[in-house]
Design a protein around this ligand. Structure first.
Ligand SMILES: Nc1ncnc2c1ncn2[C@@H]1O[C@H](COP(=O)(O)OP(=O)(O)OP(=O)(O)O)[C@@H](O)[C@H]1O
Length: 202
């Protein structure tokens, strides 16, 4: 099978404390053409797996490759970007949104537009935005020119249905247009049935 445009986590193992493996011999693959839903019980290791697949953690065993190349060999910008469940923990609270976005790679106005980000929000600090507004910024920040796969870890879990709908509509539009794949972690099976092409139950 071709490795091109494919994220492969192969035989991944990870533990936070000696002797207790949170992830053991886990293999998972997805391409830039698909949206893979992932469901598993609480504490199973989903967030840990997301961090391994996006390069935030190094596996103790196994490898993570994109386009046949280990993630750590991508310098400057990783084609695999993670969006976190709690956006307020993913930004520097002391910076205004315009500064936070300026530190990211070239975000195009079209992306901000599709996500419904309003101009006046740029002058605010993260604590002056709602969770849904802040998450829109975090999504925009994750979509650089070189982003090929998004790892979305329960990204709308804390939001009301209208906001969830707006964010997922925007994400589906952007990922289709840019040919970006997605790993979507959620416990909401109804949501996954609507947004994912296939669903993996662990
Ligand atoms: N930084 C850490 N240090 C020690 N243990 C951790 C750390 N992060 C997670 N764990 C433990 O690893 C296990 C898996 O955690 P993880 O957050 O990956 O699971 P999860 O499936 O995403 O859970 P949930 O659905 O509840 O968010 C849990 O038992 C958790 O307590």
């Amino acid at each position: 099978m071709s490795e091109s445009n494919r994220l492969i986590g192969k035989d991944l193992s990870y533990s936070y404390s000696k002797g207790v493996k949170v992830i053991e011999k886990c293999t998972i693959e997805l391409t830039t053409q698909e949206k893979l839903g992932l469901v598993a019980p609480s504490g199973y290791g989903k967030t840990t797996l997301c961090k391994l697949l996006s390069g935030y953690l190094e596996p103790f065993e196994g490898s993570v490759l994109f386009d046949g190349k280990p993630l750590k060999e991508y310098k400057g910008y990783c084609p695999i970007q993670m969006i976190w469940q709690h956006p307020e923990q993913a930004v520097n609270p002391k910076l205004k949104m315009k500064k936070i976005l300026a530190e990211a790679n070239n975000i195009e106005p079209e992306i901000l537009d599709i996500l419904g980000i309003e101009n006046e929000w740029f002058e605010r600090y993260p604590s002056e935005l709602s969770g849904g507004e802040l998450q829109r910024f975090c999504i925009a920040r994750a979509i650089g020119e070189q982003t090929r796969i998004l790892i979305a870890d329960e990204i709308t879990t804390m939001m009301d249905l209208v906001t969830q709908c707006q964010i997922w509509n925007a994400l589906l539009q952007i990922t289709a247009k840019r040919k970006i794949g997605m790993l979507i972690v959620s416990h909401d099976m109804e949501l996954l049935k609507q947004v994912a092409d296939r669903i993996l139950l662990l």
